[in-house]
Design a protein around this ligand. Sequence first.
Ligand code: GLA
Ligand code: ZN
Length: 691
Amino acid sequence: MSDDRKIIFGGDYFPEQWPEEIWEEDLHLMKQANVNMVSLGIFAWALLQPDEDTFTFGWLDKVMDLLADNGIDVCLGTSTAAQPNWLTQKYDDILFMRETGERPACGSRQTYCINSPSYRKAVRRLAKEMALHYKGHRALKLWHINNEYANKNSMCFCKNCEKNFQKWLKKKYKTLANLNECWGTVFWSEKYSNWKEINTPRASAGGRNATKLLDYKRFLSESFFTLYKEEYDVIRTITPDIPVTTNFEGDWSKFDHFLFRDNLDVASLNFYPNPSDLNSYKWAALRHSMMRSLLGKPFMVMEQAPSQVDWYPVNIAKHPGLMRLWSYQALAHGSDSVMFFQWRASKKGAEKYHSGMVPHYGENSRVFKEISALGNELKKVKDIADSKVNSEVAILLDNDSWWSVDSPYGRGTKSLDNEVFWSANGQPFPTVLVSYFGELEYYFNAFHDLNVPVDVIGIDYDLSKYKIVVAPLLHMIKPGLKEAVQDFVKKGGIFITTYFSGVIDEFVGVFLDGYLGPLKDVLGVKVEEYNPLPPGGKNRMLMTENAEGFRKDYGCSIWCDVAHPITAKTLAAFTDGYYSGAPSLTENKFGDGKAYYVATRPDRDFMRDFLSKILSEQNIKVSPLPEEVELVVRSRNGEDYNFYLNHGETEKHVKLPEGKYEDLLTGAVYENILHLAKYGVYILRTKERKS
Ligand code: GLA
Ligand code: ZN
């Protein structure tokens, strides 16, 4: 076992916000808290480059040296998330443009347009100067490009974006005739006769061309990646041995994170669950799993709040013990780091009410004491670094389906009030009650309730590693996907998809002759029509004689597809409405595997019974535990680290599998029953196996 394993512990550090006398104290407190890495220079552009031709690294050199002298590593930010005012003033293409044509004022961050040539040029230059300057510095261990891409500037409608969009379209469609055909511009007389007529898809008088909207989103999404790649290439060339990351916000609909996959050395997540929501740990489990799956290896938590944030409507503090619990939860799901925004709570600026590892009250505060206790405790769990969460289940995440179902341009409003719903900005959809990500989360949570780890992967990932692949609301089917799914099922895999899947092709054209489209063969069923249910509306799923191991019937809501089996068996049928008797669940044998189609949103008890049955058939371990107790296992070389986490506020009891277990944190040995204290964390490894 390697001795240099460690859990990275630290946070964003902004020494530039403080006089130098404080730096010594910072170092002293960092050591006290066992901080071993800080992120520097995240928003320091104006200080690093006071004007176009001057670079001033002196102050940063001092901090870097000081950190190195104290054995603290640096994750060095390239500072490009907030451009200096002089740059914005000098070039008129820097600021992004809203759909309404306004640009944001200077004075905040992420005001730049991702396609601004002046911004991109300045970014490359700064990255180059920084990389040349810090190449070989003993503190530099990781590059941190930009910060939270797309947080505020995910959409831009400026002239540069328009021009680049036209270029992008030319490359994709070659001829206008082809574009007109693929976009279906014959509808509402939209036909384009010159590339220059293709504007950015701003709000119009009514519903807009869905293919154009989607292509524009794809174009912006790729622009985020190419912007990142420009910095990445500069840095990589100069410091080829230093890994590179950028911290993701965790909201994957702003751009397609899978695009970054081959140019990212470690995935890193900013993770801000709401402490006032008791289900936040499920929310977090999904985000962690997404980040772990992106590269299929341990990721980093780059930021979380030591206590409260300042941007929920009400920002409650993380109560004692919660910060520790959620930090271990991140480790459980595959993070090798626990990092925070930010080291010292700001005295000034927009974020002064956001918590810091060192709060305004200083080192005698509750928060610093908890931080420092955690930093020191993490030494005991260093062995878990680099271990893996082995998932045999994967959920497919397809950004195109996401953007097509949950419009990035808004559906007008989330309100059910028709008058406000049909706004000019809206993208028509059968119901506001359906959400792509909501459906994905529903399936993820159903597995998570059984303590079954799930990877969340892109549609072009290797499916053969998994026994079960679930594709909730896989609305769009792109070329190649049908074959990938068929191949997976043929070889013995279990595939599950849901209502309103297989509806459109890559150009947003609807598949004729039955929804499920290219998935009809593998699922053995096709869909004639759909019926969204009214708010609160229910139907029932009556299990047929084909279904074993289920109750007699279950409730369902939100949506009912009206489907016709071709080769599939009907396992459940709707009981109500004009389509009573139509299948609500089907099973189709295909090669050595099976494909299931769920025509509705079943209630949770069905999900539990359905998934338990499939999991047990696939010999995947299910661990039903008391509510609010989570179990996640990380493993390496046959050794399991079983994380038992009590997210509840009362003591819980868990029956342990046979054997003796030792807790990495306390050395205590457990057998038979584990009593979990409120917010308790237990990392058990097998001490003795019963043979
Ligand atoms: C984001 C940013 C940080 C900070 C935090 C506050 O994650 O990356 O710079 O603003 O939010 O919660
Ligand atoms: Zn722009």
